[in-house]
Design a protein around this ligand. Structure first.
Ligand SMILES: [Zn+2]
Length: 164
């Protein structure tokens, strides 16, 4: 469907790119993380029209030859990888939590009422933060904790790499 924007891209990443999968989900992209044989990963990429991401040149070549959209990730570094994908595939380097998916399981997350989280989230966390999200799949609860600053730093770094 041509009218779909780049924002609607979805991905499948191979077993070496678990961290990148978490990033893409956080950025709102439907991303499968498969620790399967190359053929299986490629089959799903083609069937579900997902962009295949890999650090395996052999798999990358096979994917391109089969007509899949694919990217070979040059670096192991998170910021480098995000910059590369922003450049080549056009992913956005901003987190909009309303679109984020669960980094653990790829399900959509939804905003959660703190009063529903008593007993699930430590009381100290509940008193410190006002906004929470819960995964509609695995039930994991998220808030903008101490790791949030690191997320921002990595995205800023990726953007600076992009503007070079
Ligand atoms: Zn989840």
């Amino acid at each position: 469907m041509r009218w779909l924007s780049q924002e609607d891209k979805s991905f499948v990443v191979d077993g070496m790119l678990g961290r990148l999968a978490r990033w893409l989900r956080l950025l709102g992209y439907d991303t499968l993380y498969l620790r399967e044989e190359d053929e299986e990963v490629l089959k799903i990429a083609l069937k579900e029209k997902r962009v295949l991401l890999t650090r395996d040149q052999g798999l990358y070549r096979k994917a391109v030859a089969s007509g899949a959209e694919a990217a070979y990730l040059v670096s192991e570094n998170g910021a480098d990888q995000l910059a590369q994908l922003a450049k080549s595939v056009g992913i956005r380097l901003e987190v909009d939590i309303s679109r984020s998916r669960c980094p653990s399981c790829n399900s959509p997350i939804e905003s959660a009422d703190p009063s529903d989280l008593r007993g699930i989230v430590p009381a100290t966390v509940l008193s410190r933060y006002s906004e929470f999200w819960r995964c509609t799949g695995c039930g994991k609860v998220y808030w903008r904790g101490s790791h949030w600053r690191k997320i921002g730093e990595t995205l800023t770094k990726a953007k600076s790499l992009l503007s070079r």
